[in-house]
Design a binder for this molecule. Sequence first.
Ligand SMILES: COc1cccc(CC(=N)NC(=O)c2cccnc2OC2CCNCC2)c1
Length: 389
Amino acid sequence: KQHKFWETQPVGQFKDLDNPNLPEGPIEPPTPLSEVKAEPYNLPAPYEWVTCDMDLDSTCTEVYNLLTNNYVEDDENMFRFNYSKEFLQWALRPPGYYKAWHIGVRVKSTKKLVAFITGVPARLRVRDQVVKMAEINFLCVHKKLRSKRLAPVMIKEVTRRVHLENIWQAAYTAGVVLPTPITTCRYWHRSLNPKKLIDVGFSRLGARMTMSRTIRLYKLPETTVTPGFRKMELRDVPAVTRLLRGYLGQFAVAPDFDEDDVEHWLLPIENVVDSYLVESPETHEVTDFCSFYTLPSSILNNQNYSMLKAAYSYYNVTTKTPLLQLMNDALIVAKQTDYDVFNALDVMQNEEFLKELKFGPGDGQLHYYLYNYRIRNALNPSELGLVLL
Ligand SMILES: COc1cccc(CC(=N)NC(=O)c2cccnc2OC2CCNCC2)c1
């Protein structure tokens, strides 16, 4: 009964796990475009498909409001992701994006937006194969329409529209176990504003800890310590691309970023994405890079606060500066710009700094998935070089 839908899809199936003979790579071959279903899948009668034009402020506001009230909550339903409009426009319009992959479901009679799912194109390398994929995200069904089995038809519709662009693989994450994770990550949090985090129930006062001792424990310097540490600028795109491509090559799964991708995904946008680099004061060479994205969470019921300002570790590269020192500078700039918490997954080399920089383990896991692409053995999170938004 479980996974009724996913057992019908070209994804690694749990029953295949002990079959070492299945080759790594696509599970199903591409379909001739003439054979891809030309019409959208059928929705239940009261609903209709709509393509959400994120360039239209009114549509962007509808998407923002749907997600603000109905998107992912933590396990204890105390917080809900609150992606900003500017973030959504950034996340959904990378180089080569397709408007048709920004899919909404409206109530025919009222035109109310009640569900959403998106894809954006990405070139991902899986071991030695660079594969054109869709990164699927923001699957959201209004709370009042849950268990109407809308999610499977929305997944089939975005898959159909991705197929129409001759793309046959996808990548996505979920907090739940589906067939079959390529890796399972743990997330970690570094308190920047411990008083607020304890007040809103995100953190608990440690045993034998006072509030003032806790505030002292997480205190950070007022200024960064690495000489040449500065914000990334447009002129840095070629150097950052070289740095990032060289670094990501070590991971089994990672984006195959070119300069256009780096310009879109890593050039700082206030309150959306922040990127810093180390330019050697002697040689002016760009030797290190760190970045984080901004994803606030609504605090679902607290008298004093309504929003948690959270930074999420994105891509970080070191070739000269110790990773601990670079990431501590990232914590310092996040604290300076009023973030309450800095989150990170145990992917790439993040384990090197998590404990040392006073991150605490979160209580959940994030599973990564590939669609229509088998990898022989699940990866360790440290073999994953991909961060999805
Ligand atoms: C603190 O507010 C929350 C609001 C909703 C959910 C969660 C817990 C959670 N599920 N966190 C993560 O999935 C997570 C934790 C650390 C880093 N990235 C993450 O998720 C990213 C990547 C996947 N898409 C959502 C954002 C926390």
